[in-house]
Design a protein around this ligand. Structure first.
Ligand code: 6GU
Length: 239
């Protein structure tokens, strides 16, 4: 899968080359291209923003600069490349979204800063490409870079061969294979007794059936406590 990221802070994406993501890049499973938006500015000061029409605080990123950047990056890319715009005003980004992006050949992440990007950019490119405005949660970040790292890591770990243990993705919180997409329960390792606290005995019983049903009930309990909103997504709760 090819991912292009356009940003005014290319150094912000340095962590994308570490750990699991770094390995996926080295292995060729993930092709990552980070672009500096200012390379498409046309003036001596490399200006990429201006004051908002209609007034108000802050600055808005210019459509001409973004337009030229996206034109150049899109040359030769497949027509089913998706343009993803991280913004607090976007559609919630969920594990369901992640599973869909894994299937596409490529994504361009357009990182806005300041008050955002001139909306005409998306009107224009939306005629030829799918443009998805996504939000990673109900809080406001200073720009799309951190959200792009979130996107990258969530998608890359589902690419074939990226996770060391392919099965561990199936067990994850929100994994679709888990009934109703519930949360993962607690986990334990050695030592069996630590500071007076013992590992639940069922986990050392050797009874795989009992272990599985204990884990299922812990998962249900944790989901009800931490995410009562997910409870209503369980198939048995739907009419
Ligand atoms: Cl995707 N971008 C920004 N700038 N802020 C956010 C966000 C994205 N998701 C939540 N807040």
């Amino acid at each position: 899968m090819r991912i292009d990221i356009v940003t005014v802070f290319p150094e912000y994406l340095a962590p994308a080359r570490l750990s699991l993501l770094g390995k996926a890049i080295t292995a060729g499973t993930l092709q990552l291209h980070v672009h500096d938006l200012r390379d498409w500015a046309t003036d001596r000061h490399r200006t990429i923003d201006d004051t908002p029409f209609g007034g108000g605080p802050g600055m808005v990123m210019r459509p001409d600069v973004w337009g030229q950047a996206l034109d150049d990056i899109l040359v030769g890319l497949p027509s089913d490349t998706r343009i993803v715009v991280p913004t607090p005003a976007g559609v919630p980004f969920t594990q369901r979204s992640v599973e869909q992006y894994v299937e596409v050949p490529g994504v361009i992440l357009a990182c806005g800063r300041y008050e955002g990007i001139d909306e005409r950019v998306w009107e224009h490119f939306g005629e030829r490409f799918a443009v998805d405005q996504i939000s990673i949660g109900d809080y406001v970040l200073a720009g799309g870079e951190v959200a792009s790292l979130v996107f990258l890591e969530a998608v890359a770990r589902l690419l074939p061969g990226v996770l060391g243990n392919e099965e561990s993705a199936l067990d994850d919180s929100f994994a679709k294979q888990r009934t109703g997409g519930a949360l993962e329960g607690p986990v334990y390792t050695k030592p069996r007794s630590w500071r007076g606290l013992d590992v639940p005995t069922v986990l050392v019983s050797g009874d795989h059936g009992k272990v599985a049903s204990w884990r299922a009930s812990e998962s249900t309990r944790r989901t009800a406590r931490n995410r009562p909103d997910l409870g209503s997504l369980r198939p048995e709760d739907q009419e």
